[in-house]
Ligand binder design. Structure first.
Ligand code: FAD
Length: 509
């Protein structure tokens, strides 16, 4: 597969090129994939486009490509057949089977005007059979105009067209005729209504001189005809973007910036709004180009910035129904079994196994953990064990925590984190609440488990160094500082030996 692009723009018409221009100027690695069949390819001149009035639309796109390419955007002639998700990114497959990756995709593929099947209509499309009075009305001002009504909103178009000529004939069979009120309204300004079906249009070359119905021939110089719109978006099916029905058909749902319901996927121009003329598609494309760049800027910072500890632990706990066994650590049990119960705090209590063991032995124990999910589970376990009066749990970031009562014991079993955690500061704060004769009992992984292939060094604090860094002062003594081996089971259930680093510090009585 080709390297992942920042953005692939599908469709190189006025919408796609305007997006690409913004992306290129934002120094994005962008590729435009285009099949080269813009909607207005049937017209020789383009109107209503400031600065380009009367220009050949193909010329506008040629100039646009040059401008965009000058900022490093690349182009390939291709028809995209399929887009799939690849994690956060996308994979686009073209009709030749070529696959390209992109962090974001902008769909600017336009639409097909599906014309009624009337002999002579299609070959005059863009010349004398027209879609939009704003694009072509001026050129046919005061001439004999016709409107082939095919959808209810064409009645509004009939009123609109009357602005360009007093000589207007509306062929209404495609909408089953009009009601008397509408008829009276249109006829009040001289609009002729013809109810019979149109059977053909004719004239020399691409010009038009007549529209034929089953009953007669009508002299017409330009026929406005719409038909249905078929947006070019079927290649997005596997992504399942939301769609909505509107007066002009069924289109992808997008917000005001072109964002679809699929994160990282935008859609702009005629593919989502058939009423947009070239300037409208340029505005949409330009705005969306900026938004897509902003989205990628956000992603770049998200990737670079450290993950907040709360997010890390929440997603860790939510990833499984239960992470830990629910039993107290065997080494901790061994160390604390004979000690007179009092008030205890367990730092990073997880799902509460150690706290429940302490509570069951008469301690008044509080577990603190940054993960709400873990704390909810621990509370549930305390309820089940009917230990709620002696086992409390608090969801709190220990880096912000200060003890609220005197403590006889502070435990921290595997109170280690792959995301930033200032253990020393937390332990120092905890130590200040420990009463004379009280203890700090720390268990940590001394080494990665034998089944782990990779492990980050930061996961294995050197407890000796940490005790020195804690610098608790002469009133503290070290009771235990050693590595203990413990029997456990690997993820497949095979026996394994784990190494725990153990430190017990005691505040002298
Ligand atoms: C006859 C006619 C005359 C018009 N005259 C005017 C006018 O005078 N003034 C005006 O402002 N507007 C005019 N318009 C409207 C104008 O055509 C549209 O506003 C404009 O083309 C829409 O731009 P777009 O970029 O959304 O789509 P398009 O211009 O249609 O561009 C879409 C591009 O995407 C490509 N594409 C489609 N599917 C794929 C795929 N799967 N993979 C790769 N590429 C794909 C297409 O081949 C095409 O190149 C006219 C329209 C018609 C039909």
């Amino acid at each position: 597969m080709e390297n992942t692009w920042d953005v692939i723009v599908v469709g190189g018409g006025s919408a796609g090129l305007s997006t690409a221009l913004m992306l290129g100027r934002s120094r994005r690695r962008a590729l435009v994939l285009d099949e080269g069949m813009p909607r207005n390819r049937f017209a020789d001149h383009m109107h209503g486009v400031l600065g380009h009035e009367g220009k050949d639309p193909a010329q506008l796109l040629r100039e646009g490509r040059e401008e965009v390419a000058a900022y490093g955007v690349e182009f390939a002639e291709a028809r995209v057949e399929r887009v799939d998700r690849d994690g956060r990114d996308f994979v686009l497959t073209d009709t030749e089977g070529k696959r390209r990756g992109a962090r974001a995709v902008v769909v600017a593929t336009g639409l097909t005007d599906v014309l009624p099947e009337i002999p002579g209509l299609a070959e005059r499309w863009g010349t004398s059979v027209l879609h939009c009075p704003y694009c072509h009305g001026w050129e046919f001002g005061d001439r004999r105009l016709g409107l082939l009504a095919t959808a209810p909103h064409d009645i509004m178009r009939a009123e609109l067209l009357r602005q360009w000529s007093e000589d207007l004939t509306v062929f209404t069979s495609g909408i089953g005729g009009v009601d008397p009120v509408t008829q009276a309204r249109l006829e009040s300004r001289g609009v002729r209504l013809v109810p019979e079906p149109v059977v053909g249009v004719d004239g020399p070359g691409q010009d038009l001189t007549e529209v034929r119905t089953e009953k007669g021939v009508y002299p017409i110089d330009a026929l406005f005809a719409g038909g249905a719109f078929r947006p070019h978006d079927d290649f997005l099916e596997s992504l399942g973007p939301e769609r909505a029905d509107g007066p002009m058909g069924n289109f992808l749902s997008v917000d005001e910036f072109g964002a679809t319901s699929v994160p990282g996927l935008w859609a702009i121009g005629n593919v989502v709004n058939p009423a947009l003329t070239v300037p409208g598609t340029m505005g949409a494309g330009s705005t969306t180009g900026g938004m897509v760049n902003m989205y990628l800027v956000g992603q770049d910072f998200d990737d670079a910035a450290p993950e907040p500890a709360k997010d890390f632990w929440e997603s860790r706990y939510r990833s499984q129904d239960r992470i830990w066994s629910g039993n107290a650590n065997a080494t901790l049990v061994d160390l604390l079994d004979g000690i007179e119960p009092g008030r205890a705090v367990d730092l990073g209590c997880g799902e509460g196994g150690d706290v429940l063991w302490l509570a069951a032995r008469g301690w008044k124990a509080t577990g603190i953990d940054i993960s709400e999910t873990a704390v909810d589970r621990a509370r549930g376990a305390a309820r089940d064990a009917q230990l709620e009066d002696r086992a409390a749990f608090v969801a709190e970031d220990l880096e912000q925590w200060t003890p609220s009562e005197d403590l006889d014991l502070v435990t921290g079993s595997f109170f280690q984190s792959p995301v930033a955690l200032d253990r020393v500061a937390v332990l120092r704060r905890a130590s200040r609440a420990v009463v004379r004769g009280g203890r700090i009992c720390l268990l940590s992984h001394a080494a990665p488990p034998p089944w782990a292939e990779h492990h980050h060094d930061a996961d294995f604090p050197d407890l000796g160094e940490e005790v020195r860094a804690l610098d608790l002062g002469p009133e503290w003594e070290t009771e235990v500082q050693e590595v203990r081996k413990r029997e456990a089971a690997d993820p497949e259930g095979n026996p394994a030996v784990l190494e725990d680093a153990v430190v017990v510090l005691r505040k002298k009585a």
